[in-house]
Design a protein around this ligand. Structure first.
Ligand code: FE2
Length: 340
C-alpha cells in the first residue's frame, strides 16, 4: 500500500482472471464479482483460492482509494462494481458516509472482525491490519530512551534533536498518524508535538524503505515505519540494524490502519460479494494478509512467523471517522508546523 500513482478513470481493467487463465472473460461471461481495489499486491493467491473453493470468479479494477471512490460516485446505480476494497479506514468511512456501500447483516463478520475495525452499520469491514510504530538502530539507541506513555509525542523531546527520520507530509501514513494524534490529544497538543519533531530537525524521507535504510546506515537513529516494511526488509537482509519499538505501551497504544472492504450499494450480486468478504475475514485471512506481512484482523488467526516475532502489542483503537474527518485538519496542521 505504498502510495500509487494516480490512475485515470480510463485505466484498463486489471483482470485477475487474465493472470490466472489468460482471459478476462470466462466462457464469454464477465466474472461473477467485480472488485474495485486499491490493493495491488498478492491478489492472485487469495482470490484464486476463493475461486477454487467456491466457484465464484472475480476480476479487478485497480486504482487508488480516492480515484475508485470518485468512480463509484460517478457510476451510481449503474456501476459494475460489487466490492469496494481500500487501503485506508478513512476511505471506507467516507464511502459509507456517501451512501456507496450496502449494510450487511453477517454474524460471521461480526464474529471475525473486532468492533473498532468494522462499521457499526455493517457497511465495511477491516480485513488486514498494519501498525505504524517506532523503529531504531540498536547501536545508537537503547529502547529505554523511549517515552512509554506517549511514544510519538516523546519524539518531540530535544534529546532526539538531529536523530529523527520520518515520512513526508504528503504521505497518507503521516496524515492518518497525525489525524489519530489529533483525535487522541486535540489540535493544540498535536501541533506542539509536530512542532517538536520539526524543531528536532527531523529528516524527511520519501518512502518507508529509504527510511529503514537510513536507520540501518546510522544516518538517523529513530524513525516511524509501517511494520511490514521492516518485515520485508529483514527478509531480504536479516542483518539489518533496525529494531522495532511498539509505541505507547503504557498509554493509548500503537497507531494502526486497515485494508478493508464493503459491498457496493449498486451491486447486482450482493450475496456472492458478502460471501467473499466473509471468506477473506475467516478462511482467507492468511492467504490475504501474509503475502504483504500484515496482521490478520481476526483474533483467532495467527500472524505469519516473521511478524509474530515482533511480539504482541497494544493497539490504539481505530477511529475510522477521525481518519476520514480529520485528514484535512492533519494536512493543515502539518503545514502550520512547518513539517515538509
Ligand atoms: Fe505501504
Amino acid at each position: 500500500m505504498s502510495p500509487r500513482p494516480f490512475i485515470a478513470a480510463s485505466a484498463g481493467l486489471i483482470t485477475l482472471m487474465a493472470a490466472l487463465t489468460g482471459c478476462g472473460i470466462i466462457g464469454g461471461q464477465p466474472a461473477d464479482l467485480q472488485i474495485y481495489s486499491a490493493r495491488h499486491y498478492d491478489l492472485e493467491g487469495a482470490f484464486g483460492q476463493f475461486t477454487d473453493e467456491t466457484g465464484i470468479t472475480v476480476e479487478f479494477i485497480s486504482g487508488d482509494d480516492a480515484e475508485l471512490l470518485e468512480r463509484l460516485k460517478a457510476e451510481g446505480v449503474d456501476t459494475a462494481a460489487d466490492v469496494f476494497m481500500t487501503v485506508d479506514a478513512g476511505s471506507l468511512w467516507n464511502a459509507a458516509r456517501l451512501g456507496e456501500l450496502a449494510q450487511l447483516e453477517s454474524a460471521v463478520l461480526d464474529g471475525a472482525v473486532p468492533e473498532d475495525l468494522r462499521d457499526p452499520q455493517g457497511q465495511w469491514y477491516g480485513l488486514a491490519m498494519r501498525a505504524r510504530t517506532v523503529t531504531y538502530n540498536p547501536d545508537n539507541v537503547d529502547p529505554s530512551e523511549f517515552e512509554t506513555t506517549e511514544t510519538y509525542a516523546g519524539l518531540a523531546d530535544s534529546k532526539w534533536e538531529g536523530r529523527l527520520c520520518m515520512r513526508d507530509a504528503t504521505s497518507a501514513y503521516t496524515q492518518s498518524l497525525v489525524a489519530s494524534l489529533i483525535d487522541l490529544h486535540g489540535r493544540e497538543k498535536t501541533l506542539e508535538i509536530v512542532r517538536g519533531w520539526v524543531a528536532n530537525n527531523v529528516e524527511i524521507m520519501s518512502n518507508d524503505i529509504l527510511l529503514l535504510e537510513a536507520i540501518d546506515a546510522g544516518t538517523c537513529d529513530v524513525g516511524i515505519n509501517n511494520h511490514y516494511y521492516l518485515a520485508r526488509t529483514l527478509e531480504e537482509n536479516p542483518d539489518l540494524k533496525v529494531d522495532l519499538f511498539w509505541a505507547s505501551p503504557d498509554g493509548a497504544g500503537t497507531h494502526v490502519n486497515i485494508s478493508g472492504a464493503g459491498v457496493v450499494e449498486g451491486s447486482d450480486n450482493p450475496g456472492d460479494a458478502q460471501r467473499l468478504i466473509e471468506w477473506l475475514a475467516t478462511d482467507g485471512q492468511n492467504p490475504f494478509v501474509d503475502g504483504n506481512h500484515e496482521y490478520p484482523v481476526n483474533p483467532t488467526v495467527e500472524p505469519e512467523p516473521g511478524i509474530a516475532a515482533f511480539g504482541e502489542f497494544k493497539r490504539m483503537p481505530l477511529n475510522a471517522e477521525a481518519y476520514g474527518d480529520l485528514n484535512a485538519e492533519a494536512v493543515d496542521l502539518l503545514a502550520e508546523a512547518g513539517y515538509k
